[in-house]
Write a protein that binds this ligand. Sequence first.
Ligand SMILES: C[S@@+](CC[C@H](N)C(=O)[O-])C[C@H]1O[C@@H](n2cnc3c(N)ncnc32)[C@H](O)[C@@H]1O
Length: 284
Amino acid sequence: MRRDKPSRTAYKVALNVVTLGAKPEMDRFLPPGIVEATEKLLVASGAAAARTVRWSRSRRMVSLYEAFDWMLPGQFEAFAHRKSFCERQVRDGIGAGATQILVLGAGYDTMGWRLAPEFSGVNFYEIDHPATARLKAKGIDALGRWDNLLLIAEDLGKQKLSAVLKANASWDQSAGTVIVAEGLLIYLAPEAVRDLFCQCAVVSGVGSRIAFSYIPTGVDGRPDVGRWTGLMLWLQKVAGEPWTWSIRPEDLGVFLEETGWTIDLEEVGTTRKHGVEFYAVASK
Ligand SMILES: C[S@@+](CC[C@H](N)C(=O)[O-])C[C@H]1O[C@@H](n2cnc3c(N)ncnc32)[C@H](O)[C@@H]1O
């Protein structure tokens, strides 16, 4: 991705969430409070102008997103399902005893900010590329910081996760942890993804889980998002955030075993696909 510029894809995901808030009945899927928190964060951080956010929550914008669904069917609503899936993993993990939450490539996601006051005995960590993380930190400062929410600005393509976390005295590698990598892996090089999973296994305690989304590999070896794959790959490249990693769902179990994780088969399967992405969870 472009090193000096805040992530465009993180911005688009956040605006998509705002627009989903204007779509009738989406509150059945969207985590409570996510739309309002995302609107506030986008404006307070300066990532989006107030009028852009207002426009994003209009019925016209809903129609526009729906019109674009012919290209990537189901992709507009997919973000509500993805957010809901990840938040459920975090809540279930905390219920099962996790005391640390780590969100990788957090973008303008508000889960940490919303859940930190609800779970004051749990430490929330977020890591994102410096250009995006700094902008978000400005927004979180304006919204109100929580002592148990830490924002870390690092490039995971360059820095080892274990080294980044070791630099934080409060990180406990023996603690039950829920790690979330939502919409991130596709932007990392294949060797960086493998290494990241290995390191996630090293920095977290027994009973930890990792929830993530991924785009499946097609027969030609490229990430497969349907008939517009070529165009999407080109658009992402031009935007400076090329898609570089994907995996075939049938290869995921072995990949996870090799990196220190066991796939949760309950969560695997076509019902876990919304839009262009699959969702998965593994534990150790
Ligand atoms: C599609 S956005 C998803 C944001 C967030 N997870 C969400 O779903 O709302 C991808 C995020 O990954 C981050 N990212 C991409 N490459 C990264 C890297 N090498 N190190 C850290 N973050 C990275 C981007 O800055 C961006 O915020």
